[in-house]
Design a protein around this ligand. Structure first.
Ligand code: SAH
Length: 257
């Protein structure tokens, strides 16, 4: 497996970074992002080599994210909008803004990350933020699994029930099949310029007149006189019919009717 290039959002004191390290899997954090200066000081103290961005997530452009070439996102968005004892303002809470920004950004990335892990409090599972998140994951061709886990479930005497979502890009999305579907499904959200970029990324092209003729069942021996222009070829093919369909009907007419 290729080495993981991890984007650690809402990095705090680096819990996610330690969790990654703990797995022993080869990978490194390409950027950790948080606005809490105290937490950032602690993070830098423990991971002096990791690029730490003291910036609001919603202030980071798509271009900046693309340049990081990350293939994994680890994130713990602010949990106050979803806590059981809180006001449950969910997506109306300004603290959810940055998370919604990420959701909006995800389908626009030049390369979708292969893995995403999100941590949040109990309560998130009932939120609209979670609903938007899973919808976006589905649209982008991810498979995902949600679990509620407490350290007590792995034998640690500390009750701290948390929501976790693990998302993995499906193999089909990675190897070209669903990528096309994903782009077309999300196309209406994009500006003209983004649409063009996304479509160019798919490296689509028009069928040649010969390919159109093949699909229409014309035999290899069929050809166009040289003087017929490309434009005319498309046009007259468009007026024609599917040879195989019509021959099926002819057989039916002659032998069975
Ligand atoms: N998992 C982290 C804790 C995450 S708590 C750890 O191990 O410490 C959520 C973090 O999100 C807080 O540190 C907060 O400062 C940060 N945060 C909240 N809104 C943010 C935003 N808009 N941009 C960047 N960081 C933000």
């Amino acid at each position: 497996m290729e080495s993981l290039r991890v984007l650690e959002l809402y990095s705090g004191i680096g819990g996610m970074h330690y969790a990654l390290k703990n797995t022993g899997i080869s990978g490194h954090v390409v950027a950790a992002i948080d606005i809490n200066t105290t937490a950032n000081e602690v993070y830098r103290h423990n991971f002096p080599e990791t690029p730490l961005w003291n910036r609001t997530i919603e202030g980071i452009s798509l271009d900046e994210f693309n340049k990081l070439h990350f293939n994994m996102i680890l994130m713990s968005p602010p949990c106050q909008p979803f806590t059981r004892v809180g006001l449950h303002r969910d997506i109306a809470d300004p603290r959810t803004k940055s998370f919604l920004y990420i959701l909006n950004l995800l389908p626009r990335l030049r390369h979708l990350p292969r893995f995403i892990l999100l941590e949040n409090v109990k309560g998130f599972e009932k939120s609209s933020a979670r609903q938007y998140f899973v919808e976006m994951l589905r649209k982008c061709g991810y498979t995902y699994q949600e679990v509620m886990l407490s350290p007590t479930s792995i034998g640690i005497p500390n009750s701290r029930l948390r929501y976790f979502l693990m998302a993995k890009i499906s193999r089909d999305t990675m190897f070209s099949k669903i990528k096309i579907e994903t782009v077309f499904k999300n196309l209406d959200q994009f500006s003209q310029e983004e649409k063009l970029q996304q479509l160019q990324g798919l490296k689509l092209r028009y069928f040649t007149p010969r390919e159109v003729a093949n699909i229409m069942g014309f035999p290899e021996s069929f050809s166009f006189p040289e003087e017929i222009s490309i434009k005319q070829r498309y046009k007259i093919l468009g007026n024609s019919l599917n040879v195989l369909v019509v021959s099926t009907l002819l057989r039916q007419l002659i032998f069975n009717c």
